[in-house]
Design a protein around this ligand. Structure first.
Ligand code: HPA
Length: 288
């Protein structure tokens, strides 16, 4: 396992925080990590500053087509937000410390809540491609954990509780935001696989038995790292396809991208409504 010393992790985060603060001297309340096809969320922010990942010290830059890498900080519906558009994945060969660097940066910038979004395969047959599903719990089946190696005490405890990774209060706000915009938001358990190959039908049958409704290759490392730091975590999957074997279709990354793009405006509407609601009625302090 390639693992940085704890002081290196903190120093790197401090470098990145300093870089962002020099360009935008505010504290964001809400962070969003936007998966493929959600770049338009950043366009809604006003008084915004854009920072390509390549310019932020120590920030890993995505290589997957369809994941542009940019931090957008600004004001969304009256709320200070920090949006990471694009992420790096473990399957690209990035060590877990890099996979969660952006999430930790959002937390160190001061975000009390972070909503993680992704494209996922629908295991439950009722989760149709194009639908949105709020993540209520996860199965970490990636074979790796971002907290492995020496614990960074400055970030959180050695053995953090994971009995409520996805914050119920924030989840309730997401439900209300979706309802306010007339968007149907399902609920499901997300299974994180290492990828990059999609699952076999047998693996999907296994995941169904294990209690998973959604399957993907991201989000769980960030959720664990954020929970470690005491940040409220929310998660929304865009169901981009039926998981392998659920329907007769074969899986292609192009289809996944297109469906995710199509659902983008609905997800953006939900997140904008969430920001508006949090601006009007802030959540009580983070649950540490
Ligand atoms: N499996 C894993 N990851 C995914 C899928 C899938 O079916 N769809 C989008 N990301």
């Amino acid at each position: 396992m390639v693992q940085s010393a704890p002081e290196t992790t903190l120093n790197r985060l401090d470098d990145a925080v300093r870089y962002v603060r020099e360009r935008w001297p505010h504290t964001p309340t809400l962070g969003v990590i936007a998966g493929s096809g959600l770049g338009l969320l950043g366009d809604l922010a006003t008084e915004s500053v854009r920072m390509p990942y390549g310019t932020i010290p120590h920030m890993p830059t995505p290589s997957v087509v369809g994941h542009s890498g940019e931090l957008v900080v600004g004001t969304l519906a009256g709320l200070r937000v920090a949006i990471l558009s694009g992420r790096v994945h473990h399957y690209e060969g990035w060590p877990m410390g890099d996979v969660v660097f952006g999430a930790r940066l959002l937390a160190r910038l001061g975000c009390e809540s972070v909503v993680l979004t992704n494209a996922a395969g629908g295991i439950h047959p009722w989760l149709l491609p194009g639908s949105l599903c709020r993540i209520v719990d996860h199965l970490n089946l990636m074979g790796a954990n971002p907290l492995g190696g020496p614990n960074v005490e400055g970030l959180g405890p050695r053995f953090p509780d994971m009995s409520a990774v996805y914050d119920r209060v924030l989840g309730d706000r997401l439900d209300r935001a979706a309802a306010a915009r007339g968007v149907v938001l399902g609920r499901g358990v997300y299974a994180a696989m290492s990828g990059p190959s999609y699952e076999t039908p047998a693996e999907i049958r296994m995941l169904r038995v294990l209690g998973a409704d959604l399957v993907g290759m991201s989000t769980v490392p960030e959720a664990i790292a954020l929970r470690h730091m005491g940040v409220r975590v929310g998660g929304i999957s865009v169901v981009s396809n039926h998981a392998a074997g659920v329907s007769a279709e074969l899986l292609s990354h192009d289809d996944v991208k297109h469906v995710a793009l199509d659902a983008g405006p609905r997800l953006v509407a939900v997140l904008e409504a969430l920001a508006r609601a949090l601006a009007e009625e802030p959540l009580a302090g983070a649950v540490r």
